[in-house]
Design a protein around this ligand. Structure first.
Ligand code: ZN
Length: 157
């Protein structure tokens, strides 16, 4: 299941990426860009009724807060994310993360991260951001579990 989120659903897009879903999102879409995404097989998520009715498979999201949007989508889509896919995408540009050479990692992450968990470090090949296991990710995981996603097993990162 791949998604495209309208301009009002930026936070939802980020959480879908955290869950591992291929999710296209821009804060601005030029004319025809949504059509293009839907033609590529993405399911449109939108908060605008007039947009939703233009696409056969679009999902209208009624909730205005991201937590409720996730719950709504979980029921409507329905979302069944694989825990092994969690935290495998760049949250900013949606690209799949890659492993990184030790020397590269050393130059680009805090020292304590390098010494604690060098094998867990990933890089986005598109925008160059680095990702690692840390307190931020623990909080995100706790949030996902609070929303009812089961992720007790360790990710392969
Ligand atoms: Zn990126």
């Amino acid at each position: 299941m791949r998604f495209v989120c309208d301009t009002m659903l930026g936070k939802l897009a980020k959480w879908l990426r955290i869950l591992g879903y291929d999710t296209y999102y821009q804060s601005y879409y030029p004319a025809g860009a949504l059509d293009q995404s839907v033609m590529e097989g993405r399911r449109l998520l939108t908060r605008r009724r007039e947009t939703a009715v233009r696409y056969a498979d679009a999902l209208l999201i009624n909730a205005d807060r991201v937590g409720k949007q996730i719950i709504e989508l979980k029921e409507k889509a329905p979302l069944k994310p694989l825990p092994a896919k969690w935290f495998t995408r760049c949250l900013v540009c949606n690209t799949l993360l890659e492993k990184v050479e030790k020397e590269k990692a050393r130059e680009n992450v805090p020292e304590y991260v390098f010494y604690q968990d060098v094998s867990g470090i990933r890089v986005c090949p598109s925008c160059g951001r680095y990702y690692w296991q840390g307190s931020h990710r623990k909080r995100m995981r706790a949030q996902l579990e609070a929303w009812g996603f089961i992720g007790k097993q360790l990710t392969p990162l």
